[in-house]
Design a protein around this ligand. Sequence first.
Ligand code: AMP
Length: 170
Amino acid sequence: MDLKSLIRDVPDFPKPGIVFKDITTLLNHPEGLRYTIDALAEKCAPLAIDYIIGIESRGFIFGMPLAYKMNRGFVPVRKRGKLPAAVYSAEYALEYGTDQIEMHQDAMRSGSRVLIVDDLIATGGTAAAAAKLVGQADCEIAGFAFIIELLFLEGRKNLPDVPIITMLDY
Ligand code: AMP
């Protein structure tokens, strides 16, 4: 399956100089979508995970069907202020300033092995912040899974030394 042909490049979005990797064209292709989730599940199977974390919001789109397919619980990591119960928080850098992501404190049993999922890794800052939340919950990071990796940004250097599963690199 030629997944790259299903990803649309949108130049100068959200601002000049950025080439946005648009996954909506993959999502509305039935065979491409099924192949993506099935292949990810196969690649992630050896990691022996207990939970899958999806990072808001495109990490939900891929993390949830992956959790369903792998028969594991799904944990949403959300932007600040969205989760109703007690949360752990982690800060990450934006171009100007910082933002926070949060996870419910009771989302996972301590000691669980966790897979962190997002659509794309650029600088790795967002995924590294999600990794901090896993640490706060006394859980272990089993690995990361991304559909797309932007190799030239070397984001994996900012992640802990665990398996990083990807489908496409640029
Ligand atoms: P980073 O924290 O730099 O790894 O950025 C990752 C987050 O930003 C992911 O949630 C991506 O969805 C989004 N992102 C960053 N760069 C791009 C891009 N070129 N195209 C699409 N999404 C991007």
